[in-house]
Design a binder for this molecule. Structure first.
Ligand SMILES: Cc1ncc(COP(=O)(O)O)c(C=O)c1O
Length: 404
């Protein structure tokens, strides 16, 4: 048995709850709970709060850990409440001209569609590109064929870039089918064409290694693979791209904002050049205390180590399902796994079984204490650094209808 890179004992995981759905919501480590308690204790006694250490120090530490996690610079990180708000910041702040276009794969999670659709009033179009033959979304999502290793989604996206395309936006790992897109290839194609690549990274962050080369922006919430509570995430933006966005206009997005020896009402100040220029005002210190602990834990283990562990567990589950009714899906997913095409969850396609059968399957999992999720025709099994081989065997027993 291999040792998981994140010690399961650091979490509040019990035998009754095998949680394989961090693609919906990740568990927080106990350390995050302790940090929140300690912070609330200070809120009870505000004289215990320290300006440098807490008000400035906690957000700065989160930016630092976030940067380390994705291989970027702390000054390029902006703390944002959600993935959506990070993408809205980009969408609203970008210097559009009427007739410009945003390109996206078909079937993005709504967080990465509505911020761009909202630009319609400013004359900016949102165009979706099917990623493989038989790819469907919207009302037809359940009739979609699943992606296979033969598909070349990047080629389709690159070919769809047109003269008015300013931004290509996409999920690094897709929320329903779990396909991981090749950011390196897309980034370099975008750079060659003067197009910005903006990435919704929430389904990969914390469990998949990232290369920021060629990206203009990367947005994520903290509550899935980053193992923090809902309410805080971050935006990474490449410096020249960030400079092209309108600043948020918060009181903390200007130079010397917290130097109270200078009148706060002196508005002759420059906007900050770093990621704080896009933040929303007074930091969410409670959430930041939790996210900081989660990020430290992930960085301590190393995302690449976690990613390798997850891939190992995925391969083990697929091996175990080989001679089961999931056989066709095993073949499809094994090929995708081997080609490094998968994020941290295996998405088993319903194969015509439909909504009712998938829901019944989920319910049977809950009765066994296995908590998975279904989205748009895919049963999603998400592994992370704290899962063990025994966990995989339990999921396999559920899916093959045997006892564990
Ligand atoms: C791909 C993707 N983006 C974004 C979100 C959620 O975004 P937010 O952080 O705005 O809640 C989800 C949630 O499931 C998702 O799967």
């Amino acid at each position: 048995m291999t040792t998981p890179p994140l010690n399961p004992a650091l979490f509040h995981l019990d035998r009754e709850h095998l949680w394989v759905m961090h693609c919906a919501e990740g568990p927080v480590p106990r350390a995050a709970m302790r940090a929140v308690r300690a912070f609330m204790q200070k809120e009870l006694q505000p004289w215990e709060m320290r300006w440098e250490e807490d008000f400035l120090g906690i957000p700065a530490a989160v930016r630092g850990e976030a940067a380390a996690l994705i291989g970027g610079r702390a000054e390029d990180i902006s703390l944002t409440p959600t993935t959506s708000s990070a993408l809205v910041t980009v969408a609203q702040g970008f210097p559009w001209s009427p007739g410009d276009e945003v390109l996206a794969p078909l079937g993005e999670f709504p967080s990465n569609a509505w911020p761009w659709l909202a630009l319609n009033q400013r004359g900016v179009a949102f165009r979706e590109v099917p990623l493989w033959e038989g790819h469907r979304a919207g009302a037809e999502a359940w009739t979609s064929l699943p992606p296979t290793v033969e598909a070349d989604p990047e080629a389709r996206l690159i070919a769809a870039i047109g003269p008015r395309t300013r931004i290509l936006t996409l999920s690094w790992v897709r929320f329903q089918d779990g396909l991981k897109l090749d950011l390196r290839r897309l980034g370099s194609a975008c750079r060659e064409r003067g197009v910005h690549l903006v990435v919704d990274g929430i389904q990969g962050a914390g469990a998949v290694s990232l290369d920021l080369e060629g990206l203009s922006a990367f947005a994520t919430g903290g509550y899935k693979g980053l193992l923090a509570p809902e309410g805080l995430g971050f935006l990474w933006a490449d410096e020249p791209f960030r400079q092209s966005l309108s600043p948020s206009g918060s009181w903390l997005s200007v130079e010397a904002a917290t130097d109270f020896s200078r009148p706060s009402t002196d508005f002759h100040r420059a906007w900050l050049a770093d990621g704080r220029s896009l933040e929303a005002g007074g930091p969410n210190l409670l959430h930041a205390s939790a996210l900081l602990e989660s990020l430290r834990l992930l960085n301590g283990a190393g995302v690449s180590v976690i990613a390798a562990h997850v891939a190992h567990l995925q391969a083990r589950l697929l091996d175990a399902l080989e001679d089961s009714p999931w056989r066709t899906e095993c073949v499809r997913l094994k090929a995708l796994l081997k080609a490094d095409r998968l994020g941290p969850f295996l998405a088993l396609h319903h194969g015509g079984d439909g909504q009712t059968r998938m829901q019944a399957l989920l319910q049977s999992g809950y009765r066994r204490g296995v908590f998975a999720s279904v989205r748009e025709g895919y049963l999603r099994i998400a592994f992370h650094g704290f899962h063990t081989e025994a966990d995989v065997d339990r999921v396999a027993a559920w899916l093959t209808g045997t006892t564990s």
